[in-house]
Ligand binder design. Structure first.
Ligand SMILES: Cc1cc2nc3c(=O)[nH]c(=O)nc-3n(C[C@H](O)[C@H](O)[C@H](O)COP(=O)(O)O)c2cc1C
Length: 280
């Protein structure tokens, strides 16, 4: 029997005794009021059918209680449901273990939704049941994807790679460089060179805030990555002092060609694509 209690200054006062019916009705109201879909299944029955569902599950899926009770929950699955997730749930249920998955499910009207699902075994009076809680995270997921697409767009804007003539691509770096940005630059420039059959890549660093701690040797890594693909790297917008430091800092075997302007680099490429460290 559940009791409503009130605690005042450490003293617990019993207010009222609740009947089993009131208790059940209150619990049901609580579960129905929850934003999370809840179902209970009975593995003692063939194919582990649903024996209880709350109102949210009904609203989330579009089915009536009569249509879902007595069925295995797999009716929510469809062509977009990942086989690995189904396998994961099957295994966890067989082992009576808790499992959390985010699966693509389908409502009665066939519209898809992303279901963040928690399945948990419970033992009540010696009997095993499974409780499943379902949260529709479609909106969060689409917002997250929009943010990611946006970030990708911002990244592209921060690293605008352009083909200025056949076989030649340039990227003008603006702002400050950090390791993350350098890694992105390396990946993007290699991807671009491969896609567009670029033989000469120019990185212009005129707009870059260059502090002494900036590891110039990172360019050597880009040079190496491009070299493997048969492309050459030129760094422009570099002051003679920075170029000197660059030569000293970097592996002397590397042959990154440096110029003061993009124009000079282009002239050099037009006349002679071969060359060592060079400042003009
Ligand atoms: C309590 C419980 C809730 C479940 N809820 C869902 C659900 O919301 N969506 C879903 O795709 N599968 C759900 N499942 C999983 C399926 O019912 C089934 O166990 C799964 O598809 C793996 O078994 P199968 O390979 O026999 O289909 C749930 C299972 C249990 C036990």
């Amino acid at each position: 029997m559940l009791h409503l209690v009130k605690e005042t200054k450490g003293e617990v006062k019993r207010l009222k005794e609740l009947s089993r019916e009131t208790q059940a009705a209150l619990l049901e109201a609580m579960i129905d009021g929850s934003k999370v879909g809840t179902i209970v299944t009975d593995p003692a029955q063939p194919d582990n059918p649903i024996i209880y569902t709350n109102k949210t599950f009904i609203e989330m899926t579009g089915y009536t209680r009569g249509e879902v009770v007595g069925r295995n929950c797999r009716f929510l699955q469809g062509p977009g449901t990942a086989k690995e997730d189904i396998e994961k749930m099957k295994k966890a249920i067989a082992n009576e273990e808790k499992v959390i998955v985010t699966v693509q499910n389908y409502r009665k009207d066939d519209s898809p939704f992303w279901n963040r699902l928690v399945i948990e075994p419970v033992h009540i009076e010696g009997n095993l049941y499974f409780i499943g809680t379902q949260t529709d995270i479609t909106l969060e997921r689409s917002q997250q994807q929009a943010i990611m697409a946006n970030e990708d767009e911002i990244e592209k804007l921060m690293l605008p790679i352009l083909s200025i003539q056949e076989n030649v691509a340039t990227v003008a770096l603006v702002g400050t460089m950090n390791f993350q940005r350098f890694e992105t630059l390396k990946a993007k420039i290699c991807e671009y060179a491969q896609e567009h059959h670029i033989e000469h890549a120019i990185i212009d660093i005129t707009g870059l805030t260059w502090n002494e701690k900036s590891p110039l040797y990172w360019f050597t890594q880009i040079y190496e990555a491009l070299r493997i693909m048969g492309s050459k790297l030129y760094v422009t917008g570099i002051s003679p002092a920075a170029a000197q430091q660059f030569v000293t800092d970097s592996d002397r075997d590397s042959r990154v060609v440096t110029f003061s302007t993009i124009e000079r680099a282009l002239n050099f490429i037009a006349q002679n694509a071969d060359g060592g460290n060079h400042i003009s």
